[in-house]
Design a protein around this ligand. Structure first.
Ligand SMILES: Cc1cc2nc3c(=O)[nH]c(=O)nc-3n(C[C@H](O)[C@H](O)[C@H](O)COP(=O)(O)OP(=O)(O)OC[C@H]3O[C@@H](n4cnc5c(N)ncnc54)[C@H](O)[C@@H]3O)c2cc1C
Length: 413
């Protein structure tokens, strides 16, 4: 039975309803030549195309739908250091020195986004700080994590005991938290649109509604074929997110994982009494809740991460119940927007960054931690193409691996 609500949520996301005005880009028609063809205009493709353009390369960016219509324009908007994989597990796998270098790169991604926003559109930033909250009493675990990040990778985080977190968030659900003062949150779609304008200002060309059907060897390097045209280029960068198709190696490696978001109507009297921080919040459970205030009085709430592609039946009621479970004061909250998105995970939960074969680059698999890592990947791939920088090899231990089919899907989230 279809879900019945008094005010059914609007179609589209809150981000698209509040997007800066922008014009559609043309479909690719006929032949184009460029030094680099970037496939996919999510944040990975946009950052790569922008940095290549800034470094004087001719770039064609080909998007199958519209700019940031994938995960990049429909996410939580949290920009935080690190990766989808926990840093202690990264240390375990690649050793301390290598893990430290990877963590430093992830922090450079945060700083890159901060700088672009300052220069391109400061209104994109929506708030400061990130609280990782714990739903069970184990203060030692939080303290140990803070100590580890400080000692091993030099990141100063703050431990918040139960008393302090309950002053900031009016719920009994949390027993401790780790606060990251360097994190911030953004309107991701407006950020993507700002990057797109800057690419064009620098001479790059963007095509929308031009799905790449095949990638073949050709002169001078490769040809990308879309329904209406072709792009000939020496280098190709695949930034195709959760989509499969253009590269067998990526198709075997990527697990699409879904997650869902709702945005409330403005809450009468505001939310500031209940959420007394401008920080974004996420709980530490494997498929936990993530949320923040938007527009001062609306609540953006995400979660229900799953290998199932379709949203849970009755998504709005499920999310309302979850919100009320944490904040009983909000049990009658009205939901105005509800949407879903697909994240691209690799089984090792680290991004796929590097050269697949001479001239074909990949920047994908960012999982639920893509706002900083897509930026870092775009910069790494650019400096590899432009000046032969080999720092992307830090990701070699996390190359494309078979995702394990349906069993992999269950382990990968
Ligand atoms: C609901 C949700 C909440 C999230 N919250 C956060 C968060 O708060 N913080 C965080 O860091 N991360 C978050 N993430 C993850 C983050 O959004 C992603 O990791 C990141 O946006 C991935 O960017 P991308 O460019 O790799 O992929 P995408 O944004 O998915 O872009 C890939 C693009 O490639 C295009 N494409 C695919 N195949 C082709 C083809 N053959 N030809 C042409 N174009 C093609 C697609 O249409 C798409 O536009 C969230 C994700 C979701 C879905």
């Amino acid at each position: 039975m279809p879900e019945i609500t008094l005010n059914p949520p609007r179609s589209g996301t809150w981000y698209s309803a509040t997007a800066n005005s922008h014009s559609p880009r043309p479909r690719l028609a006929g032949s184009q030549k460029a030094e680099v063809c970037v496939v996919g205009a999510g944040l990975a493709g946009l950052t790569t195309a922008l940095e290549l353009s800034r470094h004087g390369k001719s770039v064609v960016l080909v998007e199958g739908e519209t700019i940031a219509s994938g995960a990049s324009g429909r996410n939580g908007g949290f920009v935080t250091a690190g990766y989808a994989e926990d840093i202690p597990r990264v240390i375990q796998r690649v050793g301390l020195e290598q893990a430290r270098a990877l963590y430093v790169l992830s922090r450079a991604g945060v700083e890159y986004v901060r700088e672009q926003i300052e220069v391109l559109d400061p209104k994109v930033q929506a708030g400061k700080g990130f609280l990782s909250v714990q739903r069970y009493a184990d203060e030692d675990r939080c303290r140990r994590y803070v100590q580890l990040l400080q000692d091993e990778v030099g990141h100063d985080l703050e431990f918040w005991p139960a008393g302090k977190i309950r002053e900031a968030l009016r719920t009994e659900r949390y027993f401790g938290a780790v606060y990251d003062p360097d994190a911030f949150h953004i309107h991701p779609l407006n950020y993507a649109l700002a990057l797109a304008c800057e690419i064009e200002r620098k001479g790059g060309v963007i095509f929308e509604n031009s799905h790449g059907l095949s990638l073949e060897k050709s002169t001078p390097g490769f040809v990308l074929v879309t329904p209406g045209g072709r792009v000939f280029s020496r280098n190709v960068v695949l930034c195709t997110g959760a989509a499969r198709g253009l590269s067998p190696a990526l198709s075997r490696s990527i697990l699409p994982i879904s997650t869902h978001v709702v945005v409330s109507a403005p809450v009468e009297g505001g939310l500031e009494e209940i959420i007394q921080t401008s920080a974004a919040i996420a709980d530490t459970r494997r498929a936990g809740d993530y949320y923040r205030m938007v527009d001062r009085s609306r609540l953006l709430w995400g979660g229900k991460i799953s290998t199932r592609r379709s949203p849970p039946r009755r998504l709005v009621s499920v999310m309302k119940r979850t919100i009320a479970g944490v904040y009983p004061q909000l049990s009658s909250i009205d939901i105005e927007y509800a949407w879903s998105g697909l994240m691209a995970y690799c089984i090792h939960k680290m991004p796929l960054i590097g050269e697949l074969e001479p001239g074909v680059w990949m920047a994908t698999g960012f999982g639920g931690h893509g706002l900083n890592t897509t930026a870092m990947a775009g910069c790494l791939v650019t400096s590899a193409i432009v000046e032969g920088d080999t720092r992307w090899r830090r990701f070699t231990p996390y190359g494309p691996v078979w995702s394990g089919g349906p069993i992999g899907s269950k382990r990968g989230a």
